[in-house]
Structures are given as C-alpha cells and as structure tokens.
Design a protein around this ligand. Sequence first.
Ligand SMILES: [Mg+2]
Length: 94
Amino acid sequence: MQINEIAEKQFDWVERMGWHNKTVLEALALVASEVGEAVNECRGEAPTQEFGTELADIILRVADLAHWQGIDLSAMIAAKMELNEARGTRGRRI
Ligand SMILES: [Mg+2]
C-alpha cells in the first residue's frame, strides 16, 4: 500500500471512530506521544518486539494529519529526499 493510500485509509478510520482532533497542535501532540511510547520500548539493551508497532503508530498519526491538511505525503517525501540528496554532506565527513 502506498503512503497516500495509507493516509486516506487511516484518516477515514479515525473519522469513523470520532477521534479526530480540533487543532493541528493536538494532532502533533499525539505524534509526540507515540514517539514517547517508542522511547519506552527502547529502555532495555535492545528494542522490544513492540518497538515496530510504535514506529507504525508514529507513521499513522503523521499520515492522518497529512491527509487532513491536504498534504500529498508521497510527493513531499520524494521532494525532501531529493533536497537532502542535493545538500550532500553539508561539510560532514562520510
Ligand atoms: Mg502507540
């Protein structure tokens, strides 16, 4: 499944559940809460089996927000990767 399809599907599900936020800041806070959950899965010597689930939660929250805001996440990711590539090492050694 492509990222924009994931975003639309996630947005539709969250909408059906009645869980959408009123503000972008609230939605971003929930992204941050998922990052915190991912951090908690890394407190031992190695990430737990739930670590991947929390990474997925982060992506799903971001995809939902992007779809809500009319952002073509697939195009944005591709454009940003191109920009990053063009920037080179920015003075850092490889
Ligand atoms: Mg989570």
